[in-house]
Design a protein around this ligand. Sequence first.
Ligand SMILES: [Zn+2]
Length: 290
Amino acid sequence: MKIFRKGKLSAADILQWLASLRGNAYVPESGFPVTAVFRARVQGVDDYYFAGVNVENADHRISTHGEEGAIAAMVVGLGKGAEIVEGWVMGAVRTAPPESDNLVTCCGKCRQQIAGFAAADVKIHSVAINGKTSSTTVGAFLPDVFTFRQFLADAPATKKTATSAPSAAEVENRLLRQAKLTEQEIFAWLQKIESVDYASKVPQAIVMQLDNGAYVAGAKVEEAAFNGMNAAQCALAIAISEFGHHKITGLWVYSGTLTLSALQALSSAAKQDMPILLFDIGGKVAQELI
Ligand SMILES: [Zn+2]
C-alpha cells in the first residue's frame, strides 16, 4: 500500500516516500503536486504513517490538499481518536528536477486542519526534492488556534476509548480492499468507519469502487472552523493518493445521501448516470443517480 506504513521510518525513507507519490497528485489546474506524510498516534502507539497528495476540482474550494489527503487516510485508518505527532510536506512544480530545493509550507487552511489533530509542540517539516529540510511546530505556524478541543469535551485530544491500537492489516482493511465484495460486506465495512462529526453528530462513510477493481473508503472529517472534508472528498483523496486518478464504477453510502458538494467532488471521476447505493441503518439499500 502506498499511503500507509507502520513501523518507524528514517528521514531518508520519508524523503523517498514523498517524492514517489508526486506522480499520483491530480493537479490539472495548478501543475503543482503536493505530497504529505503524517506520523500518527492512537491508544499510545505512534508509528502509524499516512500519506496524501493534492486533488484538484474545477470548483477550487472542493479541492483537497496533500495534507488533507494524509488526514483523510489517518481518520479512516485509525478513527476519530487519531492524533498527528509529526508531519512532512513536499511541493514543487510537476517538472521540478531531482536537485530542486524548493521548500513549500502548509497553507493556512491546512494549518488549521492539522492543528485540529495535533498538539502545539508537534513538528512539521518542509522537505525539498533534494532533501533540504526546514522545520517548524504547529504552535509556531498557527498560534491561538480555534479547534473542537476548546468547546467540546469529546474532541480528539481528550477522547478515550477502550479499543486497542489496530494492527497494520486492520488499518489497511479499513482503507482499501482489492477482492470483489458483496453488498453485505460493503455494509459491514462502512459500519466500522468512524467520522469526525463533533459539530453535526451525523456520521457518514462512503465506499467507492474504481475502474481498477479496488474499493476505497472515506469518512466525513469535520473541522472546528468548518474547513473539513465530506466523505466523498475524503475517499477520492485516499483513492488518488494510492492509485492516481481513476474513474469510479460504484458508490455506496452509509448513511444519508450525498450533498451537492460531495457530488461536485466526484465530478471528475464519476459518470453522470452512475447509481449511488444508499444504506439505511438496517442495511437496506435505496438507489439514486448522480
Ligand atoms: Zn493546504
